[in-house]
Every structure is written in C-alpha cells, then in structure tokens.
Design a protein around this ligand. Structure first.
Ligand code: ADP
Ligand code: ZN
Length: 735
C-alpha cells in the first residue's frame, strides 16, 4: 500500500483513467476520493445511484500493489461487475458459493501469484474459515465495502453478516477501508462509521441531484391507455414498470404483451428460474420492459434504463427515489413517471392496520410525505432534494411542475404570519399544529399550550379559510428554505437565517396551487415524452442503429449484456465522430485500450464501411458531417444540451468561462444545427424579458450584439442574456 501518494502516481491517475476505462474526466469527487484511499486512509463515500461509486475503488485497486477485496451483498451484482471489468481487460473475479471446486482453486491461485487485482466476495464467504486462512496469505491493498448501508438496521437492506465484516478485516490485517453507499440518513451513516470503527474517516457526500432524470406525475385515470401510449412512444427503449402487487404485475405484463410490447413480469412469487430468466432477458435486451414489484432492482446496474414508471403509488419517497434512480445511470435520458390517486394512499394505509402503533404512525408519516410530493405544485426536484436534506436555490426547469406550472400566487402577509407563528411558539411544533393555531382550530393542544392567547391565533382565516391552503403554504415554505423541518424529530419546524431575515424585511414570494388530480384532465394523446424535447440529435441515427445491432450480436456471442460491450454514450459518440482507426476509437469516452482490443475491430470495420458507402468526410480529429464542424467541445455541448444540462454546469465541467460556452453554441447554431436551449433560458431569464429581447431581434435590422446592448442600455440587460435569446431566435427562425 502506498502510504504517501507520490506525484508520479497522482500525475498518472487521470492518464490511467483514460487508458483503462476510457474516461477523460473524473466525475464529481472521484479523484479526491481515490487520493484519500491511496493515502491509506479510511474513506466514506455517499453518492446517489449512478454517480459512479464503483470507479472510486476500482481505479485505486488497479494502480496499487496487491489485491483489493470488494465486499458486496449480492451474487448477481458481483457477476455483473466482474463481467464489466473483464470487458475492460482487468483481472477481477468473485468468490462465492456458485463456484465449482476447480474454479475456486483457480481464483485462489491468481490471488496468490499476484495477478488478480480485484476479488469480489460476499460477507457470508468472507466469514468462512478456509477463505480467511487463504486471504491472510495474499498481499491486500485495501478493502472496499459496497452497499455499506446493509450494516445498519436503520437501512432498508439490513444484513446481519455485514456486522461481522470489521472483525474479519482486522483479523486479516490492518487494512484501509473504503465504504460506499447510496443511502445517507444520519442514523445509517452513524451506524456504518461506528460498526467499521472509522469514526475519523473523511466523508465524501455528493449531491443527490440526478440532473438527467425527468420527474412527472399524472392522474391515475385511464391508466392502462396512458401506459400503453407511453411505452409505445418509447419503443425499443428499456424501462421498468413498478406495481404494488404480484397480481397487478402479471396483469400489466400481459396487457403490454398483447399490445406488442416485449415485456415480462418479475416478482417474488415466480419460481427462481423464471425470475432469473426474466431478469436476464431484460439485461440482454431480449425484452424491453420489465413489470415488477419492488423485489426487482437492487443489484441491477443496467445503465441504460430509459424510463421507470410507478403504476401504483409507492410507500415512501425513499423507495420512490431509489426506484426512479435506476433510470438513466449512464447520464443519458431517464424519465420517471408516476400515476397518482388518493385511492392508492388509502389502500396502502389499510395494509398497515395490523401493525403496532409506532409502526403505523411511521408508515402514515411516510405516506403523508408521498401525498405532499405528488400534489404540491413546486418543482419536483426541489421537493425531493429538500426531503433528503439538500436545498436547491432555483427551480430545475426539468420536471412536470416546472414545464407545466400550476397557477401561481404571490404572497407576503401569509408568509410573515406563518413564520411568526413558528417563532412565537418557540420552534417546537410541527406543521399541523401551526395550521391549527393560525386557523383557530379548536383543539386541546392549542389550548393547553395557551397558544390561543397569541396574536397570530386565528389570523390565517382572515387571509384564507381553507386548511389545505395553509398546509400547502407551510410545506412550500419548507422547500423554499424559509422554514426548516426536522424530519428525525417529528417534523418540528424551525426558522433558519433566511426565515428570520424575511420576518424583518419581507417581500413577495411565489407559491403554486396544489394539483387536484381528481379534476385534472388526462391527455392520452402524444404528450408522452415531454422530456425528450425538440432538439435534433447530434448523432447519425442510422449508424447508431447499426452499432446497436452489432453490439447486440457481439453480446449474444459472448453471452454478456450489451452494455458490457459498450455503453450507449460511447455508441452515440461513435455515431457522431466516426472513429475508423484504433487510435480514434480509443478517444471515445468509455472506451479504454482494453475494449479497443477486445471489441474494437468489428465496430471500426462497420464504421469504415458506413463512412465509405455514405461519402462521409472525416478529417483526422475533426469530423465533417454536413456543414457542421463538430469538434470535440462542440459535440460535447450538443450532447449535454440534448440532456438538458445547464450551460453553467457544462462550463464548470469543461473549466471554461460561460461566455466561451455560449460562443461555441453560437458557432453550432450558425453552422445550421438546431439546438433547443429553452430549458436553460427559461431558468435564467424571466419570460417577459425574453419576450422583449426576442421582439427586438424580430424587428431589428441587425442581430449585432453591440447594437442590441445599446438598445437595452437602460434596462440592465446583460450581454449573455442578449446572446442567449439571440440563439433562441436564430434557432427558431433561421434554421
Ligand atoms: P453507482 O455504483 O454509483 O450507482 P456506477 O459505478 O455503476 O454508479 O457508475 C454509473 C455509470 O457512470 C456507469 O455507467 C459508469 O460507467 C459511469 N461512470 C463512472 N465514472 C465515470 C467517469 N469518470 N466518466 C464517465 N462515466 C463514468
Ligand atoms: Zn423542476
């Protein structure tokens, strides 16, 4: 183990990332995390699904001496990871009960002679005496504990064996530990640290925001029709439909099948062979859609799931977030649709009637959060992140509530009233109580605390009589961070700095009307993919189709899921830059040298033939397709815009000023490629202001920016705003 990360190692980390995995950039905090574990320090990683946890231990495992032990709870997951690493040309293996004696011996020999770099093992196998003896004889660099929340009884997948891991590691030697999980409630975190005796470990917690996921909730009416239409509109894409009961799973799988959708059911009532076969059919893309109970998903790391549908309302937001998180792990399209009806909530409530009082209260509380999330008109992403303790200071522009907002209202006195009520009652009560207080609801609690003597008592009714109105207002104020809600402490409301400042210096705040799903009309027509917007794709669709077909063929031959060969983002890039040599192929994101050698040939041949037959000119590093000169950065921008990533973030990732990114976008548009930037423009420029600028360009003699700046000189309009709207103007009219 390297105790001191010398510069040589660090300097080459990025090179090794490119060479082995084919990625040119680390994502988020991957690099510092890797440095930390390379220094031999215990490391704690909390990242949402799809953020790239595996790389945090895989890359350091490959650049250090010795073998890394990876503890993972599921055999299916291990096989999957090992397949993926093997495809990169890495010696990784697993040790579990499915191996024959001979296979087991081979794995052990590889470990002892030092050629094995990563050994995946389940905690059950780890505790076996013979394995322990063997591991003591191997040179080990560090231990990675995946799905570390399994240690905690407070987590959703408690596994008693996980609690024994630390003792065993200690027995093998004094090894650094990297623990990774996507579940991060404080209680679970604390359990993990304590149990692994790594209280001092540095924690790397990344934002839980999954920017490429589009969240949408529709009324549960005409649901079957809506579902079929939606799935048909997403023909050929992989998707999961979650249902509450086995019966519904069977019924919906059947319904989709008779409507020409390749779909199979998955639930715990099927015998294990059928279950495995159906899961494999989904992974191998023999079927597009899996209809499942929540039994399906853990341990499935298929990166290209394009939609997750909740046919029934889930029991908690934790569950919902985990399940929707399975969409778009590769960073490309991921649509999350839920059908909502209050009937479902009542059904779920009935399930709880035999539980203890505490369990029932807890379950009801979770359901209330679900109702709030579904019905509030506020940006869904802001709601979700707020629930997980993160505050987002802007609407995301990429959820149904942002795209099709409900009625808005500007309020001020209402906000002051609520904040004052919380303040006067010493920040010790929840939203229900505050509502009771300001609507003068007669109850014993209000009276017993003498809250009926406060000046805010009953003041709310003068402004609005409806109780729901106040509940909704309070909830929205929490999401907007005027109030803070202590979830672990009975939902008690507190006032943070923002709220205190507000009381002293109030201003109008925009709130949204709740959805009324009973009344909302459903449109079964073609609105299924509001998410996939209007902008034209940058890639060559015909070629992409051929590449996907080839991938499937190769996958079949090798008996691997297609995404193990190449992932979708890599194929899309190939269909944009037309690599025809090994060197060019190695430049594609996600294609390391190992993959070029293993699978490159056939793909290069296909592209070469395609390029010849279609007279596509490719210049060394730059590809000329039609008139657009799509250099790397341009391609990157086009892809990111396609995914509705904000320009600020693109600038961030590329480490370029925003102005330069806008300039690249201008080049792209001037050379005739249509880009739809509405999602971003709507986020950063007020609608009315956009209209003013747009109208100006419409009537102006020239689209010159200096002239425009001159025109708007009194209005505090920035050059960037003008240029953004000009892009919109040009894309809509000129192209
Ligand atoms: P998690 O375990 O956190 O759910 P994974 O490790 O499965 O996430 O990674 C999710 C996806 O991100 C995978 O498709 C992986 O190939 C990709 N990925 C990871 N790191 C990078 C990177 N630095 N650049 C590009 N893609 C990456
Ligand atoms: Zn939003």
């Amino acid at each position: 183990m390297v105790k001191q990360v010398d510069n040589v190692v660090l300097g080459t980390l990025k090179e090794r990332l490119k060479e082995i995995f084919g990625y040119s950039q680390f994502r988020g905090e991957q690099e510092v995390i890797i440095q930390n574990i390379l220094l031999g320090k215990n490391t704690f990683v909390i990242m949402p699904t799809g953020a790239g946890k595996s790389l945090c231990y895989q890359l350091p495992a490959l650049v250090t001496e010795g073998m890394t032990i990876v503890i993972s709870p599921l055999i299916a997951l291990m096989k999957n990871q090992v397949d993926q690493l093997t495809a990169f040309g890495i010696n990784a293996q697993f040790l579990n009960s499915t191996l024959t004696k001979a296979e087991m011996t081979r794995v052990k020999n590889d470990a002892l002679d030092g050629s094995l770099k990563l050994l995946y093992i389940a905690p059950e196998s780890l505790t076996k005496e013979e394995n322990l003896e063997f591991l003591k004889r191997v040179k080990i660099s560090f231990v990675a504990i995946d799905e570390a929340h399994c240690i905690s009884e407070w987590g959703h997948d408690f596994r008693p064996e996980y609690r024994r891991i630390y003792g065993i590691i200690e027995n093998i030697g004094n090894l650094p530990i990297i623990a990774l999980t996507a579940t991060a409630t404080p209680k679970v975190q604390q359990d993990i640290r304590k149990n692994l005796q790594m209280e001092e470990a540095e924690t790397f917690k990344s934002s839980f925001n999954r920017k490429n996921l589009y969240y949408e909730i529709r009324a549960k009416k005409d649901t079957k029709k809506q579902l079929i239409r939606y799935v048909r509109n997403n023909k050929g894409k992989s998707g999961i439909v979650y249902c509450l009961s086995r019966k519904t799973v069977e019924e919906i799988a059947e319904l989709l099948s008779v409507n020409d959708v390749k779909a199979l059911p998955y639930h715990a009532g099927l015998d294990s062979n059928t279950r495995m076969a159906n899961q494999d059919a989904f992974l191998n893309e023999d079927v597009d859609v899996i209809v499942a109970t929540i039994a399906f998903g853990m341990g499935i790391d298929k990166p290209d799931v394009r939609f997750v549908i909740h046919y029934d309302v889930p029991k908690s937001l934790e569950g919902y977030y985990q399940e929707t998180g399975r969409a778009g792990r590769d960073g490309l399209e991921g649509n999350c649709l839920m059908f909502y009806s209050y009937d479902d909530i009542q059904k779920l409530e009935k399930f709880n009637k035999d539980k203890t009082v505490t369990e029932r209260d807890n379950a009801r509380h979770l359901l209330n959060e679900m109702v709030a999330y579904s019905t509030l008109g506020v940006c869904r992403r802001r709601q979700l992140l707020s629930y997980f303790g993160e505050y987002l200071d802007k609407d995301c522009g990429f959820c149904d509530n942002c795209v099709k907002p409900t009625e808005k209202r500007k309020v001020q006195d209402e906000v002051v009233l609520v904040l004052r009520a919380v303040h006067l009652t010493e920040q010790r009560f929840d939203g229900e109580h505050i509502t009771d207080l300001i609507t003068a609801t007669d109850n014993q609690y209000v009276r017993s605390y003498e809250h009926d003597k406060l000046d805010v008592f009953g003041k709310g009714t003068e402004l609005n009589e409806s109780r729901e109105y106040w509940i909704s207002t309070i909830r929205q104020l929490v999401i907007l961070n005027y109030l803070e809600k202590d979830i672990e402490n009975y939902g008690i409301l507190k006032i943070g700095e923002k709220g205190l400042n507000y009381i002293n210096d109030p201003y109008p705040v925009t709130l949204y009307k709740d959805h009324n799903f009973e009344e909302e009309e459903v449109k079964v027509e073609d609105d299924a993919d509001a998410a996939s917007g209007g902008s034209a794709h940058a890639y060559d669709e015909a070629l992409l189709g051929m590449l996907k077909a080839l991938r499937k063929k190769v996958a079949k031959e090798k008996d691997l899921p297609p995404y193990v060969i190449f992932q979708d983002p890599s194929l899309e890039e190939m269909a944009t830059t037309y690599p025809t040599t090994q060197q060019e192929m190695a430049q594609i994101n996600g294609v390391g040298m190992g993959k070029v050698q293993k699978f490159g040939r056939q793909f290069i041949d296909l592209i070469t033939r395609y390029v010849e037959e279609n007279d596509i000119e490719t210049a060394k590093d730059v590809v000329i397709k039609s008139t657009v000169n799509k250099s790397k950065i341009k391609i990157f921008i086009i892809q990111q815009v396609d995914r509705k990533i904000s320009l600020d973030e693109i600038a961030d990732v590329k480490n370029m000023p925003l102005g330069d990114i806008i300039e690249e976008v201008e080049h792209i548009c001037y050379s005739g490629t249509k880009l739809n930037l509405d999602y971003y423009i709507n986020q950063v420029i007020d609608k009315e202001r956009q209209q003013d600028i747009y109208d100006y360009f419409m009537s102006a003699e020239t689209d010159n920016i200096a002239a425009a700046l001159d025109e708007f000189s009194g209005d505090d309009v920035s050059e960037e705003e003008l240029r953004l709207v000009r892009i919109k103007f040009l894309s809509e009219l000129a192209n």
